[in-house]
Ligand binder design. Sequence first.
Ligand code: PLP
Length: 378
Amino acid sequence: MKVYLDNAATTPLDPEVFEAMRPLMTEKFGNPSSIHSHGREVRSLIEVSRKTVSELLNTSPSEIFFMSGGTEADNTALLCSVESLGIDHIITSKLEHPAVLRTAESMEKKGVELDYVQTDGSGNILLDHLESLLKKGKNSLVSLMHANNEIGNLVDLTEIGGLCREYGAKFHSDTVQTIGHLPHDLQSLPIDFIVGSAHKFNGPKGIGFLYIHHETKIHQFVQGGSQERNMRGGTENVYGIVGLAKALEISYSGMADHRKHMEGLKKRMITKLQREIPDVWFNGESADFDKSLYKVLSVSLPETAGNEMLLFNLDINGISASGGSACASGSNIGSHVLTELDTDPNRPVIRFSFGKDNTEEEVDYVVDKLSEIISVGV
Ligand code: PLP
C-alpha cells in the first residue's frame, strides 16, 4: 500500500486542472504580451483566471498579481514594502516560513529594525507583546502566517489586522497553507498582503499569487517587462495561471465537504494513535480543531522511537510524511518551529498532513505500521 500524508508539502494535481491547462501547453501558445490574435487569446485566459481568483477571494482583479509561488510573493511583499513604503521596522515571529524569515533577516542587514513577537509554549502569538512592539511607533510591517506549515496553528487575521490598522502598521500574512482550504473574504479583512501557492491546493507547482490592497502601492520585485501591470516582469506562466484558477475554483466548490472529510481523518488518527502508542503527544495546537488547520497533525513520539530511522521505516512501508524534531543542543538540523515550543528536543516528530483523497483505511494502515515500527524498536 502506498499512502501520501504530506499534503502540506505539496498536493497531487487534480486531473480536471490538468485538462484546463492542456490547451495552453499545446495549441494556445501565443505570448500574452503580443497584440496579434494568438497573443490576445492567451491574454484573455489570464484575465479570466484573475477574475476567477478575485471573485473567490471577494476582491478586485486589480489586486491580484500572479508570480512564481509563495516564496516570491512573500519576498515581494517584504522587500518591496521596505523600499516603496519606507518601512523601517518588521515584526514577525520565529515560527514563520523561511520565505519570510530569511527575507526579514536580509532587511535587518540593510538597517531595518527586526522584532520577533513572543509566542507561548504551544506556538500561539502573544497579542499583548505584538501591541507593545507596535507601540514603538515606527513605520512597521507585521508579517504573521495564517496557518503554520509544521504544526497547523492558526492566527486570527481579523484581530491582528485590526491591531495593525490601529497603530498604522502594514500587515502581511503568509496564507500559503490556508488558501483553498479556508475561505478568505478580502473585502472585510484588514490586511495589505496575502499569498497563495497553487501546488498546496491541487494545482500546479511554480505558480502563485500576491494580493496587494489597492491603497498599498509597492513597486515590482522581479524587474523586467511590464507584465502583471508592472508588478512582475517576465512572460507569464500561462498554463500555471489557468491551472491555479481552476484548482481554486474546485477547492472552493468542495471546501466544506473536504474540510469535514479531513477533520474526520485527523480525529480518527488522533484517537487511534492515543490508543496504540502510549505517551504520544501532539505539537502546538495541532490536536485542537479550533486553533489549528484541519489538514495538519504534528505527532510527537516516545524518544525510544528513534528519529531518522522512523521516517525511513515508514517510507519502506510506502508511507510518505514529513519528519523532524526540535533542535537539540549542539545540533543545527532540527526544526526552527519545534524549537520554539515547550517540547522535548529528543522526541521524534512526524507531521502528517491530509488531503481530500486520503481514506480512513489509509489512516488505519499508517497508525498500525507506526505502532509496529515503534514496538519493534528502530
Ligand atoms: N509559505 C509557507 C507557509 C509554505 O508552507 C510554503 C511551502 O512550503 C511556502 C511559503 C513557499 O511556497 P512555494 O513553494 O510556492 O514557494
